[in-house]
Design a protein around this ligand. Structure first.
Ligand SMILES: [Zn+2]
Length: 400
């Protein structure tokens, strides 16, 4: 809800993630959902009539975050895969709950990288459920702003539960891509892990044809990448971004940096799974063998993100909530994980804000500028030096 009165946030610190230092003693005037001005608290000048003054002393203004890898129709948790088969009406309710969680955690934008197909009662056609959520939320400023990939496009034998559109060769892949765009997807999500771990599901030429099709229609292509062989195909085919990138090498990241391919990190998945060793009875998390396997993949994934960072790859970041085990209000966990992978805290916050906006092609997302949207939230602590400050949300400007 946008306050009907101009609101002044007085004497806060401002976290601009283009550098390591807070700007202190800041007053920010917001009105009608826009930032009117940002001034020194000792020199505010004239205030508009009827202004509502909020004493923001001791808090820090942070740009609304971008969860660049999310699944808004799914709830997450240790049974996250099973939940994909829940009835569509329940998943739509889950999406509303997630919308609340995202906002309260300071997440303004969510990039949905896959939702289950469901029959749309309005025309009887099966299409990705998140497209309906996008329509519901479009006119409600208190809801996250979202971009939707439609559903997953994968090779048969990879994604279980009938979640993905399956395509086993080039023509089928192209047709699946075209159908997704016809349905209204903002971008495409390819699943570049194949049925055999050591083989990519499609050839570079097949994927390049999809990239050309999508770009020709003004849409981008992203690719799930758990293994190096699929990552190579995606990079060589010119996809716009890789999701996860759990197994990259120095060649791969050098090419990504040169081409401008984004990496969307989701390292907190492994933190979440490690926590399940304490909180669940599921053998894959609890057994020695399971813990060992998760630990190994985690180390490799951290190394990949570190390599990408050192090579200058643009890194946006996401929780993978819903399509993974995190919950919709856990993006701070991923910012912490990026710091573990070598990013400075302010760079990690940039990944969760401006870089996400760059990935979406939304020039105002993740930024606070005079005249821009009043999409910011306030925390206690300094997120430019300590990512855990992001858990301590006090207030969210676009929410009551
Ligand atoms: Zn995912």
């Amino acid at each position: 809800m946008i306050s009907p009165r101009p609101t002044l946030y007085r004497d806060a610190a401002l976290a601009d993630p283009t550098g390591p230092s807070l700007r202190k003693g800041v007053s920010l005037l917001a009105d009608a959902g826009r930032v009117v001005w940002i001034r020194s608290s000792t020199d505010e000048g004239d205030l508009p009539p009827g202004v509502y003054v909020t004493d923001a002393g001791g808090s820090t203004i942070v740009p609304g975050m971008v969860d660049a890898h999310s699944h808004v129709t799914l709830p997450g948790g240790s049974h996250w895969i099973d939940r994909g088969a829940d009835p569509p009406e329940e998943l739509l309710e889950v999406a509303e709950h997630n919308g609340n969680l995202l906002g309260r955690a300071g997440v303004r934008w969510a990039r949905d990288v896959g939702s289950p197909l469901a029959v749309d009662p309005r025309d009887g056609r099966r299409r990705a459920l998140a497209l309906r959520v996008r329509e519901r939320w479009r006119s409600d400023v208190s809801r996250p702003r979202i971009r939707v990939a439609g559903t997953w496009i994968g090779h048969s034998g990879v994604l279980t539960g009938g979640l993905a559109i399956e395509a086993d060769d080039g023509p089928a892949l192209l047709k699946a891509a075209s159908t997704q765009l016809d349905d209204g997807a903002d971008f495409l999500k390819l699943y570049l892990d194949g049925p055999k771990k050591e083989e990519a599901p499609w050839s570079t030429e097949d994927v390049r044809a999809v990239v050309e099709l999508a770009h020709g229609r003004g849409a981008k292509v992203t690719a799930h990448s758990g293994f190096l062989v699929g990552a190579r195909v995606g990079i060589d085919a010119g996809v716009d971004s890789l999701e996860h990138g759990f197994e990259l090498d120095s060649d791969a990241v050098a090419t990504m940096a040169r081409q401008g391919t984004f990496l969307v990190s989701t390292l907190a998945i492994f933190r979440s799974w490690a926590s399940f060793a304490q909180t669940t009875t599921l053998p894959r998390f609890v057994s020695d063998e399971g813990k060992e396997r998760i630990g190994r993949r985690r180390e490799r994934a951290i190394e990949s993100v570190h390599l990408a960072y050192r090579a200058g790859v643009r890194i946006a970041t996401g929780t993978d909530f819903g399509g993974g085990s995190l919950r919709a209000n856990h993006l701070a966990w991923e910012v912490e994980a990026l710091v573990e992978a070598g990013l400075k805290p302010w760079e990690a916050l940039a990944s969760a804000t401006v870089r996400g906006g760059d990935l979406l092609g939304e020039t105002t997302a993740g930024r606070i500028v005079e005249g821009g949207p009043a999409d910011f939230f306030l925390v206690h602590g300094d997120p430019l030096t300590d990512p855990t400050a992001l858990w301590r949300v006090w207030r969210v400007a676009w929410l009551p």
